[in-house]
Design a protein around this ligand. Structure first.
Ligand code: SF4
Length: 215
């Protein structure tokens, strides 16, 4: 039996009606810094360090004047020293190129150090409400397992999802897929037996067919 993308979107909406960003931020500058810190780090950990960071460096100008020696100790629980370096360099470039504002386009955002396509998409959608689908490890894995995308890299996945999902749903879809990936469709051991989308899921159906062939 084939299920439509519409059915999958409806089930995701039913499962996670209030899904939203788990990072804490209040403006585009804070969004950018929080997302840069979140690479290969949990949102929970980022939320622990950002209150002190934003209290000491409340805007782009103050962060542009920071030194790595000052910032790194405050954010080192989020990983590499390069994160502190990239955040400061990015803010210096925002002062030079954008009058201290965070730009709104993919091209301008990805020209900043440490800002890749995923970070840019999160900033565009969460800070400015611009429709975008950020493909992180959860979105990549779950969308390909469900059959919403059929791609071996994140860029192809993003482009396929843009075609498959109505633009108005992109932001909610992104947050819902992340929650499903964290809670149910885990990387190593997906909880398929508990998943309410197992009949709609391409990977699950393929697994069941393979099991049957072996009987
Ligand atoms: S059935 Fe399994 S693989 Fe498919 S979405 Fe659910 S948990 Fe993931």
């Amino acid at each position: 039996m084939r299920f439509s993308k519409k059915a999958i979107l409806a089930e995701l909406a039913k499962l996670y009606p209030d899904a939203g960003p788990e990072l804490n931020f209040t403006n585009p500058y804070e969004t950018l810094v929080a997302v840069m810190l979140s690479a290969q780090c949990t949102d929970k950990m980022v939320n622990k360090v950002t209150p002190a960071v934003f209290a000491r460096y409340p805007d782009v100008a103050s962060m542009a004047a920071a030194t790595v020696e000052e910032l790194h100790p405050m954010v080192k629980s989020c990983g590499f020293k390069s994160k502190a370096n990239n955040i400061i360099e990015t803010c210096r470039l925002l002062m030079l190129r954008h009058g201290g504002e965070v730009p709104r386009t993919m091209e301008e955002l990805t020209a900043l150090p440490g800002v890749g396509r995923k970070t840019a998409n999160v900033v565009m959608s969460n800070a400015f409400g611009i429709p975008a689908i950020a493909v992180d490890t959860h979105v990549f894995r779950v969308s390909n397992r469900l059959g919403l995308a059929e791609a071996d890299d994140v860029l192809k996945t993003e482009l396929q999802l843009q075609k498959a999902i109505p633009k108005a749903d992109w932001l909610d879809f992104h947050h819902r897929l992340i929650l499903h990936g964290r809670r149910v469709c885990k990387a190593q051991r997906p909880l398929c037996a508990e998943c309410t989308m197992q009949e709609m899921c391409k990977a699950r159906r393929a697994q069941q067919r393979a099991n049957k062939d072996m009987e």
